[in-house]
Design a protein around this ligand. Sequence first.
Ligand SMILES: CC(C)(COP(=O)(O)OP(=O)(O)OC[C@H]1O[C@@H](n2cnc3c(N)ncnc32)[C@H](O)[C@@H]1OP(=O)(O)O)[C@@H](O)C(=O)NCCC(=O)NCCS
Length: 145
Amino acid sequence: MSHPQPTLLEWGSKLQIQSIGLRYEVLRKPLDLFFFPEELLSETTQIHVGMVAGERVLAVLLLKILDRNVAKMRQVAVAESCQGKGLGKQLVRFSEEICRDKQVKRIELHARKSAVNFYLSLGYRIQGHEFEEVGIPHIAMYLDL
Ligand SMILES: CC(C)(COP(=O)(O)OP(=O)(O)OC[C@H]1O[C@@H](n2cnc3c(N)ncnc32)[C@H](O)[C@@H]1OP(=O)(O)O)[C@@H](O)C(=O)NCCC(=O)NCCS
């Protein structure tokens, strides 16, 4: 397999559609949840970023630019067989560069509790208390760029 590279996934492209499958496998299926078509259609204006090797999307995340120079990072997923190999870190770092280029000053996210230490290791900070989303505990986190 060729070396995974961070890549922008154009909405509606083959790779972006493949990335929905990855998000489903990693983030939704374990919780017995699905995607709704309107949810996926609402993502046309979000930035889709992947780690891609050949024709395979191994990791994905979305950036939603909010107002106040803030971006929300969401749907961060690394294929199960590829976790713990640095792909998530590379993907997040690449996405931070995209945000800097767009004059974004802060990245916010809702971290699953199980992933909080991943974001802490990348310099993200905890903002507030634990809350529930998609039925599991989350913590709001942010990084000032
Ligand atoms: C959480 C996730 C995105 C991390 O991506 P990854 O590719 O597995 O992580 P990396 O290999 O890039 O790890 C980067 C660093 O974070 C640490 N790390 C990764 N996952 C961690 C975890 N769950 N808990 C603690 N530390 C973690 C690694 O040890 C590594 O530290 P190092 O740089 O000191 O070696 C990925 O494991 C995943 O998709 N998990 C399932 C879905 C999920 O929880 N998504 C996040 C939703 S908010």
